[in-house]
Design a protein around this ligand. Structure first.
Ligand code: CMP
Length: 136
């Protein structure tokens, strides 16, 4: 049975002109871009999206980073796409993300207060439903 996940291409990915490369990897894996939009997110939207991280040391840097430019939101679909996208995205920390993954191949630690790791992917069916409802 097909499922959907929310993929965000974060401002670093958009600034570095990696939208096409990231979507190419998703499509090459066999997932389908069902919906897609480029938006300038509001603080309200990001606060709702990242509610679970409120209070953490990286919360404000994360908000500033996500407000620093446009974001591409994608509803990506396919069998087990939630787990599968996280697999092709790689570990949160791009320094240790495996080669062959989006983060491992295309990003690194730039010495910023929050890790700039190109993409976000929902981590569960419940998160995917909640996040897709926020962004679409
Ligand atoms: P994302 O999947 O969008 O969810 C929360 C984001 O916060 C994460 O990707 C990273 O960009 C960032 N993040 C998570 N953990 C840390 C951390 N320990 N230090 C800095 N940034 C983090």
């Amino acid at each position: 049975m097909s499922e959907s996940t929310l993929v965000l291409i974060k401002p670093d990915g958009v600034r570095r002109n990696l939208i096409g490369e990231i979507i190419r990897r998703c499509e090459a894996k066999g997932y389908v871009v069902a919906e897609l939009k480029k938006i300038t997110p509001t603080r309200e939207l990001l606060a709702a999206h990242y509610a679970e991280h409120e209070g953490k040391v990286f919360y404000e840097p994360l908000m500033e980073f996500m407000l620093s430019g446009d974001v591409v939101a994608i509803r990506l679909t396919g069998h087990r796409v939630i787990e599968g996208f996280r697999s092709i995205a790689g570990a949160t920390d791009p320094t240790v993300a495996a080669a062959g993954t989006i983060r491992g191949d295309l990003s690194r630690d730039w010495g910023t207060k929050v890790v700039q790791n190109l993409v976000h992917g929902s981590d569960s069916v419940e998160s995917a439903q909640r996040e897709l409802a926020l962004w679409f």
